[in-house]
Design a protein around this ligand. Structure first.
Ligand code: GLU
Length: 328
């Protein structure tokens, strides 16, 4: 939430004056401060450190702009999008397919209709749709999940969104699995290793501790997601692309082939231009420091970040910075 401390401080000053307390002296010091909350994902994913990296850069220059930024762990993309729409979050990290669906009022957003007030800031790292299985589960490609115990992701997460689309395409329902678990990302590695299910799905940047943990703990393996259905989805939708998790990134001797989306950072048209300007500026002016904060950011390039993966128009505050910086 953006809370305008000016008015809150003024009210406190009035109350303090009325009660004779000394707190009124605090008011001038706190003038101008604004709070910005970024919705991310589970703490073991990449969204959470991504939000932390953005806020770290914003808070570093707080003395100049008065913005206090914090990253909040959430249920993921769909949760973030809905919370921005309801005014509960200012900024959120969301998958590019979820952003597209929200803009056009499709799938899980069909009931609420197109979200005209959604604005894009920039895109981040690629997120391959990643299937991780127990080594003894006999899962080699995505279709082998049928009849298995699968964690399909918590409602509100991006992976649940992508998984439901794939299930529709394959003609599956939750009954197609012996168990369809709905655990959030932070619990899935441990639960896989505890043999509570055979596989989980996670749309996430790489490398990620959420994948290296089950690989190291119980020899979990990465599974290909290939075939005609996936090829068609990639052909038909700009926000999907073929993706490879390179050999050796985890315990995989060979490349793992799948498809993926991009992580994107979005906000509402109601978030003030000045706030978005400062957030975007903080990331791009300290770009090398920002990139160094997570290994999944190694591939980031400023030009691509402002031109790829976004279906919503860029926020005017972001455009102001990009024009000033000569990026557009
Ligand atoms: N892509 C996931 C989601 O949209 C989150 C990935 C992460 O936490 O890094 O829910």
């Amino acid at each position: 939430m953006i809370i305008d401390i000016k008015s809150t401080a003024k009210r406190a000053a009035v109350l303090a004056a009325a009660s004779g307390a000394l707190f009124a002296f605090a008011a001038p010091v706190m003038a101008q401060q604004q709070f910005v909350t970024i919705g991310t994902g589970g703490v073991t994913g990449v969204y959470y450190p991504a939000g932390g990296a953005i806020c770290l850069n914003v808070n570093r220059t707080r003395a100049d702009h008065g913005i206090r930024c914090s990253a909040e762990s959430t249920g993921g993309s769909v949760f973030n999008l809905n919370s921005i729409r309801e005014g509960e979050l200012n900024i959120g990290v969301v998958q590019s397919d979820v952003q597209y669906n929200a803009v056009h009022g499709l799938d899980q957003f069909a009931d609420v209709g197109p979200y005209d007030g959604l604005r894009a800031l920039f895109s981040l790292h690629p997120e391959p749709f990643t299937v991780v299985a127990r080594p003894d589960a006999g899962v080699v490609n995505f279709e082998d999940l049928e009849g298995k115990r699968v964690n399909i992701g918590n409602p509100g997460s991006g992976q649940r969104n992508t998984m439901e689309l794939l299930m529709d395409e394959y003609g599956w329902t939750t009954d197609s699995f012996t168990l369809a678990a709905e655990l959030p990302s932070r619990e899935q590695a441990q639960s896989l290793c505890d043999n509570r299910f055979d596989a989980f799905v996670f749309t996430v940047g790489h490398p990620s501790g959420s994948i290296s943990e089950p690989v190291a703990t119980c020899d979990a393996v990465l599974v290909n997601v290939t075939g005609d259905i996936v090829d068609r989805l990639v052909d038909e939708n700009d926000y999907y692309f073929s993706a490879t998790i390179p050999a050796g990134m985890y315990n995989n001797d060979e490349d793992v082939t799948t498809f993926g989306v991009g992580a994107t950072v979005v906000s509402s048209v109601d978030t003030p231009d000045d706030v978005v300007y400062e957030v975007v500026k903080a990331v791009f002016e300290n770009f090398e420091d920002f990139k160094a904060l997570h290994p999944a950011f190694t591939v980031l390039e400023p030009e691509t970040m402002i031109s790829m993966g976004n279906s919503a128009p860029l926020h005017p505050g972001a455009v102001r910075y990009y024009e000033e910086a000569g990026l557009m």
